[in-house]
Design a protein around this ligand. Structure first.
Ligand SMILES: [Zn+2]
Length: 253
């Protein structure tokens, strides 16, 4: 029953979507991950029944059961999109190592979207856990030599991004890239080869362009959270299985 699996992956995604949102909000603040969630307005503790992903939000029509105040829209959005992407991942890859990698990528994306957009931080813990997870999966799938090549690719992409940062700092005369973006390229290399990984930086910049222009137009000095755009590029490249040639064409290179 294919449809049953699609539903299971959607539900799994909504549950993990809640968890990734909590991690993204709490980890950069050194808050306890497993602390109770409460209503931001009335501080009433929320019980299990108030926190069922998507369902509680819909049943309570977006309002707190206790004070009728509006609930932050972030959680239902994150739950829905994580569920959707998990479903697409299963649909695209079936039960395979590629599915495990795709789910890891989505998990990284959703957590970083929250932490980078909220605090402009990509926590090291998240990158380390993801790197270990990818290394294990790649070892199981590709063997020792294969995983070693991916680690080399990661080191290469780290150096590329570090160089981009150095050049960017010189040209812009301010901090151009966050440390998290540079470290994250090592994680990309564990999955992508050096060429596709390098192209992912270009594609991520392209995705970030509208937001950059918007912020520049508003004359805002704010740093742009680049992490989510890099990750969208990473997911796009992996899911579409685009070749380096195809991607260069797309980028007009
Ligand atoms: Zn309340």
């Amino acid at each position: 029953m294919e449809i049953l699996y699609l539903i299971i992956f959607f539900i799994l995604g909504t549950i993990l979507g809640t968890i990734y949102t909590i991690i993204g909000l709490r980890l950069p603040n050194n808050e306890k991950i497993f602390a109770k969630r409460e209503c931001k307005r009335c501080n009433h503790d929320l019980s299990f029944i108030d926190l069922i992903p998507l369902v509680s939000y819909i049943i309570n029509r977006g309002r707190c059961k206790y004070c009728r105040g509006k609930i932050d829209i972030l959680f239902p959005y994150m739950e829905f999109f994580t569920g959707l992407l998990f479903t697409v991942a299963y649909y695209s890859f079936g039960f395979s190592y590629q599915l495990l990698i795709a789910l890891g990528m989505i998990s990284l994306l959703m957590t970083v979207v929250v932490s980078d957009l909220t605090y402009l931080i990509i926590p090291d813990e998240i990158l380390i856990i993801t790197a270990i997870y990818f290394i294990i999966i790649q070892f199981l799938d590709l063997g020792l030599k294969g995983v070693f090549n991916q680690i080399l690719s990661g080191v290469f992409l780290f150096i590329v991004m570090y160089t981009v940062m150095l050049i960017g700092n010189k040209v812009l005369k301010k901090e151009s890239l966050g440390g998290g973006d540079i470290k994250m390229m090592f994680v990309f290399g564990l999955i992508l080869d050096p060429l596709l990984g390098t192209l992912s930086i270009f594609l991520g910049s392209l995705f970030a362009l509208p937001m950059s222009l918007y912020l520049m137009k508003r004359n805002n000095e704010k740093v742009i959270p680049f992490g989510p755009f890099l990750l969208i590029a990473f997911v796009f490249i992996y899911f579409t299985k685009i070749t380096p040639e195809g991607l260069m064409k797309l980028l007009g290179l």
